[in-house]
Design a protein around this ligand. Structure first.
Ligand code: ADP
Ligand code: MG
Length: 460
């Protein structure tokens, strides 16, 4: 076989494997010689050789034979002269594990220009993130991971309801890592984008490049992983990417809308992998946190728009009355300021009531005792007649106490009112029940979790 014949085979191979694979894996190999029905090629590195051998040997063999060259075997060996060139030009996937971002290898592709990530929001930084009780753990974990030192929390899994700051924290980690390690390859994207990329790679028969890109990163961040739950082949690929990176000691950060164990359609292998790292949740905001966010945002808005005057108590009123979702809180403030700018009046509580009546109303929708009873029964799988009845059996008594606790914390009903709904006992029974759950929550994580899940179900 001459170089010319090989040239013709290459044209066919290009069609067969697709442009990207061709550029990455076929183009760099150099025909050496044909000997005893064995075609020998030079490859730039050992790693490259084994990759091509595993993934493209058969297709090369087939095309050589259909070009009329009788070959039984294809062999690849490293040609030292080529090594330096191709290592830079092709960014063969990382060969050596690097335990931390500090120990950057040389000769690897660095920077993020070629990565298919999503754009980071410039406002989503740690500086702009208000820390309160509901998010302090998540914040601390995010901070730690953003230091990029040792990969101790791997993966870091952040979860919580909508608008509680998961995406904000992830972007903040990415910004921080970028500043500290400009060379590191940090890839942030949503699980949805991961899926579309993967599906496209499948369609274009170019999963090799897909794998190569995702396995060459130093830090992988995937937002809203619940999106791929139930999407079998995407989950499969995600699982392998995940394992490959963990094995190399690369940091992985993932977010989701609930705990891994509660994502029903999530591949159990992924769920258990997630469970191995650090799992932290963002709790629904409390009054202090909402007020903190409002103060921070208002300060920024007033700096941009100094003519706006804010009456006393406005932010407190909003923090009190608007939902636990920070996105909604922020949206309300933005609308309020736009309105104030338009009418050029001082922002007062009356203006808030007027301008944000729809938001206040929707947040006003209160949880009822009936809803609490129904949801609690469904959750514990017991009959409503039992919980409102007088049985003292443990299987019924504990859920009843939970319903009392939820009624007290989620509604403004009095103890006697709650007592009447739940078994007609007097108000001291309710008082005792509420206190019992509070005590148990402190020592029994199952009870604490039950309370949390129920509250979320009811407030959703
Ligand atoms: P999630 O991804 O959990 O749905 P986001 O991260 O998108 O929530 O947050 C929704 C909005 O609320 C964003 O604009 C974000 O900047 C803001 N936000 C959330 N938590 C905080 C916080 N602790 N401090 C300041 N802003 C916050
Ligand atoms: Mg988000």
């Amino acid at each position: 076989m001459t170089n010319e014949t090989w040239g013709r085979v290459r044209v066919e191979l290009r069609k067969a494997v697709g442009e990207n694979n061709f550029t990455a894996w076929i183009d760099p190999i150099v025909f050496d010689r044909l000997e005893d029905r064995t075609a020998r090629f030079h490859v730039p590195t050992n790693f490259f050789g084994s990759w091509v051998s595993q993934n493209f040997r058969d297709v090369i063999l087939r095309h050589l034979n259909s070009a009329g060259i009788g070959v039984d075997r294809v062999e690849f060996s490293v040609c030292p002269a080529n090594a330096a060139r191709a290592d830079n030009a092709n960014a063969a996937p990382v060969a050596t594990p690097r335990p931390s971002l500090r120990a950057q290898g040389t000769g690897l592709k660095t920077g993020t220009d070629d990565l298919p990530g999503a754009t980071l929001n410039p406002g989503y930084t740690f500086d702009n993130f208000i820390v309160g009780k509901p998010n302090e753990l998540a914040h601390a974990a995010a901070r730690r991971v953003a230091e990029g030192r040792d990969v101790t929390f791997n993966p870091l899994f952040l979860y919580g309801g909508v608008g509680l700051g998961k995406t904000h924290l992830m972007h903040a980690i990415a910004w921080e890592l970028r500043t500290r390690f400009p060379e590191a390859r940090i890839l942030y994207l949503s699980a949805e984008q991961f899926m579309y990329r993967f599906v496209r790679a499948l369609r274009e028969q170019d999963t090799m490049t897909f794998k190569q890109i995702f396995r060459s990163v130093d830090v992988l961040m995937v937002d809203d992983v619940q999106f791929i739950a139930g999407k079998t082949s995407t989950q499969e690929e995600f699982f392998h990417t995940f394992n490959a990176l963990v094995e190399e000691g690369k940091q992985i950060i993932i977010s989701g809308d609930r705990a891994p164990v509660d994502m029903e359609a999530l591949d159990t292998r992924i769920a258990s992998r997630l469970q191995c790292g650090l799992v932290v949740d963002l709790h629904p905001t409390d009054y202090e946190l909402r007020l903190g966010v409002l103060q921070h945002k208002a300060e920024q808005a007033l700096a941009r728009n100094p003519q706006i005057k804010l009456a006393e108590g406005v932010l407190e009123f909003m923090a009190q009355r608007i939902s636990t979702n920070i996105r909604v809180v922020e949206g309300a403030l933005t609308r309020l300021f736009a309105f104030a700018d338009l009418v050029r009046r001082e922002v007062t509580i009356e203006m808030v009531q007027d301008c944000l009546s729809d938001i206040l109303r929707s947040t006003d929708r209160k949880v009822t005792l009936d809803q609490i009873i129904k949801t609690t029964c469904e959750y514990y799988n017991i009959r409503q007649a039992d919980i409102t009845g007088s049985s003292r059996a443990r299987a019924v008594a504990r859920p009843r106490q939970m319903a009392m606790f939820l009624s007290k914390t989620l509604t403004s009903r009095s103890y006697p009112e709650i007592a009447r709904k739940l078994g007609g006992r007097d108000h001291t029974t309710v008082l005792y029940g509420v206190r019992k759950i509070e005590e148990l929550m402190a020592v029994d994580s199952q009870i604490a979790e039950d309370a949390e899940i129920l509250r979320r179900m009811l407030e959703a």
